[in-house]
Design a protein around this ligand. Structure first.
Ligand SMILES: Cc1ncc(COP(=O)(O)O)c(C=O)c1O
Ligand SMILES: [Zn+2]
Length: 388
């Protein structure tokens, strides 16, 4: 296939791609997959795409799996980019879209990353996979591991939405609930993984989840006729989707599919856990751990992300922004988006709406601009947040 090597995102050190790897052996930062894009672009052409499968494997040449029989799929990706005309009108925007990621297997965008990570784990010989999760990544890992015939060992905070716990149990995972945050779950995986023989698929601690997530960027470009939007508003926890899209834009430019112009990338977080927003405002390249993290948008309750510098670099390079909204604002937005557009969105996805309102209020997004909001998951998994 077209993978040449893995490259450290911080120090550039080269790593072998054909064996299981976690972080850079030199500096402990995330590894990214590099491809021979010139060669990939000979068979992956824009013209070939209409005849390809309606899932993320349509971009097969820029995905890391070597052998087709190792692809573990439940039909992930190629989700609709919906025009949100009624909401757009309310905000005074001519062109507002919602990328509806709740239509993925396991009802969230985490399916993209786990499809790629589990396929690669299978290809490279892992048998037992472990993950700390805020909820949706756990559901996705459980499903894809089951599909691959691998073991899934899942660590979630005890107060994770109930639907996430039940879906993991019903798809055969071993679930441990921890009195703490996702960072405590991650520490537990790190402490036990060697003795247990687990491969750690924590976000950005292995190189392949971001490859699955980057297909968000390819799809946006394809669905918008190869013209990237002006603004992308993305609810940010570990940041894999944002980092992935940013990588996709570079790859597409190198394949001659898009120009040098980039969307302004906007990270949305909850006021109860806003490490990226704080670092962005303070002009720092990395984010400090956010103390006493608390928000109903459980996917945004990530007090410290290993890819923080990649998120912050992308926000700044794109002349984007980082915006915090309150839990009251994001919960109200669930009902507003639901009534206006017919989507019962996850609280994380809903957070994009009040964030966009703030940017419009500050004059940072203007009427003629094309804006894409990311609904990353399904509201139905968060019934507790609505008194259910
Ligand atoms: C619904 C939802 N949205 C957003 C996020 C944050 O995603 P990322 O880690 O890619 O920033 C999560 C993470 O758990 C999530 O479940
Ligand atoms: Zn390094």
């Amino acid at each position: 296939m077209f993978v040449t090597h893995l490259e450290c995102a911080a120090c550039g050190r080269r790593h072998e791609a054909r064996r299981l790897q976690n972080l850079c052996v030199g500096c402990g930062k995330p590894l990214l997959v590099r491809y021979d894009l010139e060669r990939a672009a000979r068979s992956l052409t824009k013209e070939s795409l209409p005849g390809r499968p309606g899932d993320l494997w349509r971009y097969r040449e820029v995905l890391p799996v070597e052998r087709d029989e190792n692809v573990v799929s439940l039909g992930e990706g190629w989700t609709p980019l919906l025009r949100a005309a009624r909401l757009g009108e309310r905000l005074g925007l001519g062109e507002l879209f919602i990328k509806d990621e709740s239509q993925n297997p396991t009802q969230s965008f985490k399916a993209r990353g786990m499809a790629a990570a589990v396929s690669m784990a299978k290809e490279l010989g892992a048998k037992k996979l472990a993950v700390p999760s805020a909820g949706n990544a756990a559901g996705a890992l459980a499903a894809y591991a089951a599909r691959a015939g691998l073991e899934a060992h899942i660590f979630m905070p005890r107060d994770t939405p109930r639907a996430n716990v039940v879906e993991c149990e019903q798809t055969g995972a071993r679930v441990t609930l921890i009195d703490g945050l996702i960072t405590d779950c991650g520490a537990e995986v790190a402490r036990r993984r060697e003795a247990e023989g687990w491969f750690d698929v924590s976000t950005l601690k292995e190189p392949y989840r971001v490859e699955g997530k980057k297909t968000l960027g390819y799809e946006l470009a394809e669905q918008l006729g190869w013209e990237l939007p002006d603004v992308i508003v993305y609810p940010t926890g570990g940041g894999t989707g944002l980092v992935g899209m940013w990588k996709a834009f570079d790859e597409m430019e190198r394949m001659g599919w898009v120009g040098a112009k980039r969307p302004r990338m906007v990270s949305v977080q909850s006021e109860g856990c806003a490490p990226v927003v704080r670092a962005f405002e303070q002009g720092k390249r990395t984010a400090d751990e956010f103390a006493d993290a608390a928000t109903v948008a459980s996917g945004l309750r990530v007090p410290k992300a290993i890819g923080d510098f990649l998120i912050l670099d992308a926000l700044r390079a794109s002349k984007g922004a980082a915006v915090a909204v309150s839990d009251a604002e994001l919960l109200e937005a669930v009902g507003e988006i639901g009534a206006a557009e017919g989507l019962f969105v996850a609280p994380e996805g809903a957070a994009c709406l009040p964030a966009l309102r703030k940017l419009i209020g500050r004059g940072e997004v203007t009427r003629g601009e094309r804006v894409v909001l990311f609904n990353t998951g399904a509201g139905v998994k968060y019934l507790e947040a609505f008194g259910g």
